[in-house]
Each structure stands twice: as structure tokens, then as C-alpha cells.
Design a protein around this ligand. Structure first.
Ligand code: NI
Length: 188
């Protein structure tokens, strides 16, 4: 089932997500729905707050990159209760977008290497290191479960330049091709 994606200005996007257990109601169905919602919106990552739930759950699928990099294209992960253990000191910048902030893309500086602990959908525990674009996507989604958006991380000047666009999204004035829920109550 395709779920509405909560847009910039929705209070749930500013909450710190809670850990969940294997007994979380309809967890498998929720994960399936998050993937379906993400694919429908042509996204590569989606975090639970973006579908209105303040829990520590995110899904990623880099399949759109399979032609240019087969290994990256095979990167598909559910991360439950992730905890960032280390970030490298080296950073790089790359343009990001977000399904909760349609029509805005900005360059964001992030650590190029991370170490993270997480559980998969069967609650097997992993501690893994990721680099480059994979680390970036994980960090973007991880930020969502910490109540942080990529627009928080851009320069004050850039933020000033996009402020009116962000305000318009929060007021329901925007266009996008997927189902959303805006804080002004507009549903499409
Ligand atoms: Ni996002």
C-alpha cells in the first residue's frame, strides 16, 4: 500500500525516533509499504518519520544506480534501531534531495565514511562500515530518525535563499507526482 509522505513542516519530521522491538505491530507490512511508497515516488531511501511514525526504521534501495555501478545497484537494506558508532573525519559534498521537501536540491557536506550498528527485519544485529554514496544515503535517512533534515545542514546563505520555497511547501503550495500529507492538511 502506498502511504502519504509527510512534508516539510510536519511535526513528526522533527521528532527523535524511538527504538522498536520484533513485536512492533505489522512490522513486515510496514516495511513492504515503505518500499512501495519509496518506489512510487522514485526515491532511494525513506525513513519512518516520513510516513508519520516516530520510530527508528529506514529503508534504502540503490537499484536505480545498477547500470552505472552494479555493486551499488545491489545495495538494498532495511535498518532497524540504527546507531551511528563512528564517522570519519574526511567529508565530501554532494547534491541531495528529499521526498519530504519536493523541488529542492542542495549540496550537503557529510562524513565520507561511517560505522553503524543496526538490526535487519529479522532482528539480526550488524556492525558495518560504509563509504561514499552509500554512507551519504544512510546518513540522510539516519538524520530523519534524529529529527534532522538536509536543509538544516546547508549554509545560512543558501537556507535564506530557499526559505520562501520551504514556507510554501509547509503551506501546501507545491507540486509533486506522489501522494503526500502536508502540515496544512492538503492531501494529494
Ligand atoms: Ni529525506
Amino acid at each position: 500500500m502506498i502511504l502519504p509522505i509527510y512534508l516539510y513542516g510536519s511535526p513528526v519530521l522533527r521528532k527523535t525516533g524511538k527504538n522498536i522491538g520484533p513485536d512492533y505491530p505489522n512490522l513486515k507490512e510496514l516495511i513492504d509499504n515503505m518500499y512501495e511508497t519509496m518506489y512510487h515516488a522514485n526515491g532511494i531511501g525513506l525513513a519512518a518519520p516520513q510516513v508519520g511514525l516516530d520510530i527508528r526504521l529506514l529503508v534504502i534501495d540503490l537499484a536505480p544506480y545498477k547500470d552505472e555501478d552494479p555493486e551499488m545497484g545491489a545495495f538494498k537494506k532495511v535498518m532497524i534501531n540504527p546507531e551511528l558508532l563512528e564517522t570519519g573525519s574526511k567529508t565530501d559534498s554532494y547534491e541531495e534531495g528529499c521526498l519530504s521537501i519536493p523541488g529542492i536540491n542542495e549540496s550537503v557536506s557529510r562524513p565520507s565514511k561511517i560505522k553503524i550498528r543496526y538490526f535487519d527485519e529479522a532482528f539480526n544485529e550488524y556492525v558495518e562500515e560504509f563509504e561514499g554514496f552509500r554512507a551519504r544515503v544512510i546518513l540522510h535517512e539516519y538524520d530523519h530518525i534524529e529529527g534532522v533534515l538536509f536543509t538544516d545542514k546547508i549554509s545560512p546563505l543558501r537556507r535564506q535563499l530557499i526559505k520562501s520555497k520551504l514556507d510554501q511547501i509547509a503551506r501546501g503550495k507545491f507540486s509533486c507526482s506522489y501522494k503526500v500529507k502536508s502540515p496544512s492538511g492538503v492531501k494529494r
